[in-house]
Structures are given as structure tokens and as C-alpha cells.
Design a protein around this ligand. Structure first.
Ligand code: ADP
Ligand code: MG
Length: 471
């Protein structure tokens, strides 16, 4: 049978379907169109650049395997990106990305002496391994990241010349550690293109060490790292329990630090909690500054999402953006994932992007959601809003501010759930239904007289209705 791009891609899809879950398959693979097959290269069309990056980040190994299976060892995949906010098949707006099937970032370690040297260049030039799209400019500032961001800027402007050495950036997954660390590298090169910057993941670093040990070239390896002015090591928690790697890293760290070179490290937890890490390393990590990245607040999430949309040339209705940001709170990567998934779903099913579609998409991202508004959920949001522990709402305190919060929670529970007055009262430390009626009346009186209170209540109401009530 003659292979065409359609038949090859069909076979690929069969393999892929077996290896990813249904939702991912629908979101990321169904929208792909095979375009052509030339020799060993299959070209596929994806809706936008973000889509392409997502595939590369999450599915490169699978795609590689599948393509090899269909087209043999020399098989290659090329992407054609359909760009722009207007999703018409405008030929002129297509750009092509050629991609051989090497896993991105995997460096050809032909010469172990200089694991990052660009081949064919005589003078020793080290490829910084940076992604130029991670900049300070598009790293949105918020309360959640102010310290880390400004320390990063300071370090980038004066590598090795600040008190922040090493700079340790820590925080949960998806909160921007890699972005910020890379932005420091990019900015350092803009400030001084003569500087040698190197970004390396802890995994790659470990692999290089293993290889250098195998080749009896540990000294060369250590010496190579001495050429670097700004060394960025991402996700150092992966060095845990790797004794030999830690020993060599300790060595490199000391020499660089002594010579006034900058170290930037990222970790998913504060240095003191790095189990399986040698004490002497941990104590060095504490020499400089450890700055954390927290989950962003709503305004920051909105700003981040809007920046992403601008970058990608996407445009979403305001209420949809707001809805997404209300619901995805703890992971910016997820926030972007929802955006892309939403765009993909809308293209795939030719549906308008609205709150309904957003709800469907978000349900796949947030575990265990229920659409039902519960009294507990209202209590949680009200308590958060007034900065009180939830217990106080159920307790007996007569302090005015607490009484108002308590009454307001009952009022919202009555209006937004279909619980009986009795059931609501029980949720508030076993109060009876007449207390709930009294509370609702008190809140109504306040609403009629106090404009500020009225605004607060309508904000809260909106927030409760908007949230998909994570359990
Ligand atoms: P981590 O390394 O902490 O897991 P990443 O650096 O990979 O997280 O960030 C996940 C995604 O969120 C990236 O696409 C990044 O660009 C984006 N991101 C994180 N923080 C911000 C921010 N403050 N402004 C803009 N984008 C951000
Ligand atoms: Mg990261």
C-alpha cells in the first residue's frame, strides 16, 4: 500500500490513542491535520504556536517513537503552524517549523570536555541553553513573586556582584521557577553579551556527570564549568540522594563562588527541606538569598493570562478569562493549559468560546469539582474574605465583625443553596432556623443602608457563583 500523509498519520494516531488519555487525545491530537509526506518527513498542521510548544513539551517522546515506528529511523516530523487570532486557513500566515526528532534540549555530548560547546565553532563558545521567550518583560509581577523577581533582576544586572549568591528560587510546580531563572540568564546576556551564561537542568547535569565518570573525565567536566559566569541549575531537588553528583556539584559551586561567579538555583522546596542533600551543600545554599514564588492572586492571574493571550494572538471574552482565573489558582502552567485547551476545543468543535465551554474544559483540569454550591464552600470564601478562621463563623463569639461575617454567610447560604433554614442553622454550630431568619433580615437591613457593604456582598456573591467549588 502506498503511504500517504493521511495513512501515516492515521497509524500514528492509533498508537498515540493507546498512550494518552481520551481527553488529551481529543485536545491535542484530534485537531492536528496531516499536510504532506516527503521522503521521511511528515508535516502536520497545528492550530497555533502554543499548541506546537505544548506538543513538544509533553509529547515529544511519544511522537518520536510513533514517527520512527511509521517511517523508520530517519523519520522526521515537521510542524506547520496556523497562526493568528482569526482562525482562517490563511496560507500567508503559515510558518513552518522544522524539527528533527531530537528531544529538545538534549545536547549532543560528543565531546565530554565541553558538553555545551556549539560544534564547528573554534573559540570555545558555550551555548547558554536558554529559551529566549522567557524574559522579565513577560514575567508578570505580583505580590506572589515580588522579592524573587527583583532579586533576579538585581542578579542579572550584576552577576556575582550582589549579596544574592547563590540566588535560590523555590516554589511549587508551575509557579514560574524555570521562567524566572531563564529570564535571569537572558537578561544577564543582554546586559553583558560577553558573559558566559549556562542553564542546565539537574537531570542533565547528573547525566553529564555519569558520563564523565564513565569516560574518566571528571576533571575536564569540572574545569568546563569553571568557564561559566552565571550558572543556572534548575530543580536541584533532583540531586537528592545522588551522592557523587552532589560531591562534584559542591566542588563546582565552591570554585565558582570563590571566583565571584553567579549561581542561580531553583527548587520545589526551601533549601532546609531538601532531604537527601548533603548538609554542607544546604548550608551553602543559604549563603545568598532564598526567595519563594507563591501562588498568584486573582489580579496577577488575570494579567498573566492576558499577556499570554496577547503573545499568542488570542482573544477571549473578558468574562471567560475571569472565569478561568477564578477557577485555576495554584498553577500557572495549568492556567495556560486551560487557555490552549479552550482554543483547541473551540476550533475542533466549531464552538464559540464562552463560559459553558470553559466549564467543560476546566473540569478536566481541576480534580473533583462539583457544580453545587455548598454551605461549607460559602463559609470558606466568606472567612477568607474577612480573614477569619472558618471556626469563628460556627462559634459563639459576639464580636461585631465576626457576627456580621457569620450573618452574611447564612444570608448567602439561604440565597445561593437550596438548603432549608434548619439545615443551614446546623452548619453554623447548631443554631436554629429562627437565628438564620434573623441573620438574613439583619443583612438585608445593612444592604439597604450601607453601600460599601452592598459592594462587598455582590463581589462575594459573584465569586461564589463563578467558582466551580473545588472540594
Ligand atoms: P516551574 O518551573 O515553577 O514549574 P514554569 O517556570 O515552567 O514553572 O512556569 C509555568 C508557566 O507559567 C510558564 O509558561 C511560565 O511562562 C508561566 N509563568 C509563571 N509565572 C509567570 C509570571 N509571573 N508571569 C507570566 N508567566 C508566568
Ligand atoms: Mg521548572
Amino acid at each position: 500500500m502506498v503511504k500517504t500523509c493521511a495513512t501515516v498519520w492515521d497509524s500514528c494516531l492509533r498508537t498515540i490513542r493507546r498512550n494518552v488519555n481520551t481527553q488529551s487525545f481529543k485536545t491535542w491530537f484530534e485537531p492536528i491535520r496531516p499536510v504532506r509526506l516527503e521522503q521521511n518527513a511528515l508535516t502536520i498542521q497545528v492550530p497555533n504556536k502554543f499548541f506546537y510548544e505544548w506538543l513538544e513539551e509533553h509529547y515529544v517522546a511519544l511522537l518520536k517513537m510513533t514517527i520512527r515506528q511509521e517511517l523508520g529511523e530517519k523519520g522526521r516530523l515537521e510542524y506547520q503552524i496556523l497562526m493568528g487570532p482569526n482562525r482562517e486557513q490563511d496560507q500567508s500566515s503559515k510558518i513552518s517549523v522544522k524539527k528533527d526528532m531530537n528531544i529538545p534540549g538534549a545536547v549532543d555530548t560528543g565531546s565530554i570536555k565541553n558538553p555545551f560547546v556549539i560544534p564547528g565553532i573554534k573559540k570555545v563558545t558555550i551555548d547558554p541553553q536558554l529559551n529566549p521567550s522567557y524574559t522579565f518583560e513577560n514575567f508578570i509581577e505580583g505580590d506572589c513573586n515580588r522579592l524573587a523577581r527583583s532579586a533576579g533582576l538585581a542578579v542579572a544586572g550584576k552577576p556575582g556582584g550582589t549579596a544574592f549568591n547563590p540566588l535560590v528560587i523555590f516554589g511549587d510546580v508551575g509557579l514560574g521557577k524555570t521562567h524566572l531563572a531563564q529570564a535571569i540568564g537572558n537578561e544577564a546576556l543582554i546586559s553583558d553579551p560577553g558573559k558566559t551564561v549556562l542553564y542546565v537542568s539537574s537531570e542533565k547535569f547528573t547525566n553529564q556527570i555519569i558520563e564523565s565518570i564513565r569516560n574518566n573525565a571528571v576533571n575536564d567536566f569540572v574545569n568546563f564549568y569553571q568557564l561559566v559566569d552565571v550558572l543556572i541549575v534548575d530543580d536541584i531537588q533532583f540531586l537528592a540522594n545522588k551522592i557523587k553528583t552532589q560531591e562534584i556539584f559542591f566542588h563546582i559551586f565552591n570554585q565558582l563562588h570563590q571566583n565571584g561567579k553567579q549561581l542561580v538555583l531553583t527548587s520545589d522546596r526551601p533549601p532546609k527541606d531538601l532531604d537527601g542533600m548533603e548538609e554542607r551543600l544546604i548550608s551553602r545554599f543559604k549563603w545568598g538569598l532564598s526567595a519563594d514564588l507563591q501562588a498568584p492572586d486573582l489580579e496577577t492571574r488575570m494579567a498573566i493570562l492576558e499577556t499570554k493571550m496577547n503573545q499568542e494572538g488570542l482573544d477571549l471574552p473578558y468574562d471567560v478569562t475571569e472565569f478561568i482565573c477564578y477557577n485555576i489558582k495554584n498553577n500557572i502552567r495549568e492556567l495556560e493549559g486551560v487557555l490552549i485547551s479552550l482554543v483547541a476545543q473551540s476550533m475542533l468543535n466549531r464552538r464559540e468560546i464562552d463560559i459553558e465551554l470553559a466549564k467543560e474544559v476546566i473540569k478536566n483540569f481541576v480534580k473533583q469539582m462539583s457544580k453545587e454550591i455548598t454551605v461549607e464552600f460559602i463559609q470558606k470564601l466568606v472567612a477568607e474574605h474577612f480573614d477569619l478562621p472558618v471556626d469563628k463563623l460556627k462559634g459563639q463569639t459576639r464580636k461585631r465583625s465576626i457576627v456580621i461575617a457569620r450573618q452574611l454567610s447564612m444570608y448567602l447560604a439561604k440565597n445561593l443553596t437550596n438548603k432549608s433554614l434548619k439545615a443551614i442553622g446546623e452548619n453554623f454550630g447548631g443554631r436554629d432556623h429562627s437565628t438564620v431568619i434573623y441573620s438574613c433580615k439583619a443583612v438585608q437591613d445593612l444592604l439597604d443602608t450601607d453601600m460599601i457593604f452592598k459592594d462587598t456582598v455582590s463581589d462575594l456573591e459573584k465569586k461564589i457563583k463563578m467558582s466551580l467549588n473545588e472540594k
